[in-house]
Each structure stands twice: as structure tokens, then as C-alpha cells.
Design a protein. Structure first.
Length: 262
């Protein structure tokens, strides 16, 4: 939607600028092209902007000549002002893009928490994804209720983050993506083998799993806090009558949002 917003903005601006004469129109088109060249390095969709600029240019050719002679004075008086407005808006738009979440996602700040998560991920022997092919599952139908009873949600309810882990997995078992996304940070550091994933990318991974397996369920056995805002969660993955005991790592940010799962 952001890309189409820029398209509509430049399209209308070029149409309006033609009222002030060819000089102003050409200046606006030139600035639009320069702006688009800069933006194209930030998102590939902005390349559509080139087509919008071209279409607006040829449309204005139909009436820019007729307005040229009549509006020479207007062009001299207001043409520069129109260009100034376009430049200011462009600078604001670029600044907004640079400081947006999408730009931060591609240029993440190195934080202590991120380094800890990367270190633990690189040192872990976990499977690269909880959604491995079924051939990688160690089938074990003898998991006892005694093992499962180690984790008591009520007993651990005094720890907010442990409670959030339990609630997230409950939502995952219910396949409730909107509820799950409430627990996730907008800028995650890692989701299994995905680095710096967006919420949409995380959702896509779950869709793949739920499409492949009719039944999925994760049971918590034990939760231990081993680093600041990092928890090791011993679980049993259940996929279509197959069982696998494994460990997951959950990481939280300062707002108690999940920033890492692996």
C-alpha cells in the first residue's frame, strides 16, 4: 500500500504541476525520477513508480502546450514554490522510509541481546526447524504422564515470561495466528532457521506446517531461564501420531515480546 501511495502522490503532483507550465512540469518529473532511483534501492516494488511517472508525463503533454503561453507569469511566480514543496515532501518521505521498521529490519542495530541469541543459536544442536520432514522424527509412543507433569503452568504463573511462553504455545496448538502474533515482536531476531523474519514470514512458516500435517501439538515439559530474557523450553512435538522430544529457545525483548524462537 505504501508503494501505491507514492505512485498516486507523484501521478497527481505531475498532473497539477503541468498547470504551471512545461518548465515546472519537467522539473517535477525530473525530481520524481531521481527520487525513484533512490527509493528503488530500498524496495523493488517502487520500480512501478517509473511507469506512473511516464504515464503522467504523456497525459500532461496534451494540455501543457496550451497552458504554456497563458501561464508564463504564473510559472515564474509559483513554479519555484511548487518545486520547493515537492523537494520538501520528498525529503520527508525518504526520512520516513529510512526510519521505518522495514528499513530497520534490513539494517538492524547490533544489540547485546541479539549477540546473545546468535551465540546461543550457533552453539545449539537443535534441529534447524521444528517443522522437519517426518523422516527426521524419533517416534516414541512411550512418553509418560510423569514427564509431562514436570511443567505446571499454575506453579510457574508468577513468572510472566514463562506464562507468555505457555500462552503462545497454546495459541499455536489452536492454530490461532492473530492470537500468536500478539506475543511476537514486530522485529524478531530469529525464528528457527530464519534470521530477522517479519511477522508475515513467520505466519508463512506456520501455514506450511499446518498444510502438511493434519494434527500438530506442542507439549511443554519444563522451562528454565538460562540467560537474561532467554528460556530453554523442553517440549514434545506431536505431528500426526509421531512424537519427538526436543528443546526450544524463547527470547524476549524489554517489552516482554518474543523476539526469538529456535
Amino acid at each position: 500500500m505504501e508503494v501505491f501511495g507514492f505512485q498516486l502522490f507523484f501521478f497527481i503532483t505531475i498532473l497539477i504541476s503541468a498547470i504551471f507550465g512545461r518548465k515546472t512540469r519537467n522539473s517535477v518529473v525530473l525530481f520524481s525520477i531521481i527520487f525513484t532511483v533512490i527509493m528503488v534501492f530500498m524496495t523493488w516494488l517502487i520500480i512501478l513508480q517509473f511507469f506512473t511517472i511516464a504515464i503522467a508525463y504523456y497525459i500532461t503533454e496534451n494540455y501543457v502546450d496550451g497552458s504554456q503561453n497563458k501561464l508564463n507569469d504564473v510559472d515564474n511566480k509559483y513554479g519555484k514554490g511548487c518545486i520547493v514543496i515537492i523537494v520538501i515532501v520528498g525529503i520527508l518521505a525518504i526520512s520516513s522510509k529510512i526510519f521505518s521498521d522495514n528499513y530497520k529490519k534490513n539494517h538492524p542495530l547490533k544489540t547485546e541481546q541479539e549477540e546473545i541469541i546468535k551465540k546461543n543459536y550457533n552453539n545449539s544442536n537443535n534441529i534447524p526447524s521444528s517443522y522437519n520432514d517426518e523422516n527426521n522424527f524419533d517416534i516414541d509412543n512411550s512418553i509418560s504422564d510423569t514427564i509431562l507433569s514436570k511443567f505446571d503452568k499454575k506453579q510457574d504463573a508468577n513468572n510472566l515470561q514463562i506464562s507468555l511462553i505457555s500462552d503462545f504455545i497454546s495459541a499455536e496448538n489452536s492454530r490461532d495466528l492473530p492470537q500468536m502474533n500478539q506475543y511476537l515482536a514486530s522485529m524478531m531476531i530469529r525464528f528457527w532457521n530464519l534470521e530477522l523474519p517479519s511477522i508475515k514470514e513467520v505466519d508463512k512458516e506456520y501455514y506450511k506446517t499446518w498444510t502438511k500435517y493434519n494434527y500438530t501439538n506442542t507439549e511443554i515439559i519444563e522451562v528454565n531461564n538460562f540467560e537474561y530474557n532467554l528460556y530453554k523450553v523442553k517440549v514434545i512435538f506431536n505431528y500426526d501420531s509421531k512424537y519427538r522430544e526436543s528443546e526450544m529457545i524463547f527470547g524476549f525483548d524489554e517489552n516482554n515480546k518474543i523476539i526469538a524462537i529456535y
